[in-house]
Design a protein around this ligand. Sequence first.
Ligand code: SF4
Ligand code: SF4
Length: 377
Amino acid sequence: MVEKDRKWAMEIGQRCVECGNCAESCRLLTDLKKCPKTLALRGISWQEAYGCALCGKCEAVCNLGLSPFRMFEQRRVEAVKNKEIDVNEYRYLFPDRPVTVMSLFREFYGIDYAGLNMSVPSETAFLPGCTMFTYSPELTKKVYAALAKDYRNPILLDDCCGLPMYQIGLPARGDKIKERLKTKVTDLGVKRLIVACPNCYYQLKKENLFRGVELVTVYEALHNYFVPNRASNGSSEIYTVHDSCPDRFEGIFAQQVRAALEQAGYPLAEMKHNRQNSICCGSSGQLEHFRPEWSKEHHLQNLDEAAAAGADVLLAYCQACVLNIGDVADRRVKVKHVLNLLLEFEEDYKEIKQMASEMFLGEQGFDLYIKLLEEPV
Ligand code: SF4
Ligand code: SF4
């Protein structure tokens, strides 16, 4: 590994004071019983690197600004390069392949966006993110319709931001996906890009990828559409907001979502871990594919904290968080997307997860599975 690739580990090896802040609620560091300094000096195994959720909490809470997270992320890239892990076993996750789990889901259940503008140039585009676009088509259409009241003929983008490729350890392929999106946005004359998914938002924001294009969250764009005091007609439920990993550093979604909910009159309680200190839902870093048992612990911990806060409903603003936490059989706390509440549109996330697994059952499921894996690597 060249020196520049080791910069995160070298910095931790030199400066970490072993305070232990970053290990609080980190499944990996708790399991390893080693502080980042020890790990940086002795080296990380590829299995350890894939046990990290890349959730960023360690960096967010380190008073010295060190980033164990980047050290693990970099180790993943090295593991792929050195062929320590056969990453093609996980190719069903690669969003740049012609057939993906999500494209199969849309095809299998006949999800389409006929009638919505997906290709005519416009100043405004809406990027829901792959997960919302695939698993919540009706919510996507509802958001699109609300945006279309204020913005002329917005374009609905079905693109990925490339994040899964970075998380898996294939950054060059992530760069290509982002570049493709940039070209599309430029060619379509987009001046304002409205984004629903916090992962997409920060992926595009951090490199200032779209110079000259205003990057806007869906909560900013719909600000005038959300009805003040909507909840005042009788909801006695208490809500809590689960903050998504990419938002922990800037807190843009955390602030806007709470403001919209408060304006609508929904009573809010805070979980023990929130905002920069939030516990990952279990999907970051593709953890559910590499360490599914830890991923499930994250789901349960979030539900436990929501229940302890006295909440009846856990709200998330990342569709992957909603699907993952909502997948756990827990009768105490309901799980919804913030937009379900603000746009008054209910969805059954357990049913959606069930649909996603049922399509791979039986003979027809086997055929789909073959189709998914047989495409070129
Ligand atoms: S929080 Fe920072 S200084 Fe403390 S153990 Fe973790 S990396 Fe080291
Ligand atoms: S990124 Fe998250 S899972 Fe990984 S070491 Fe940091 S806190 Fe732990």
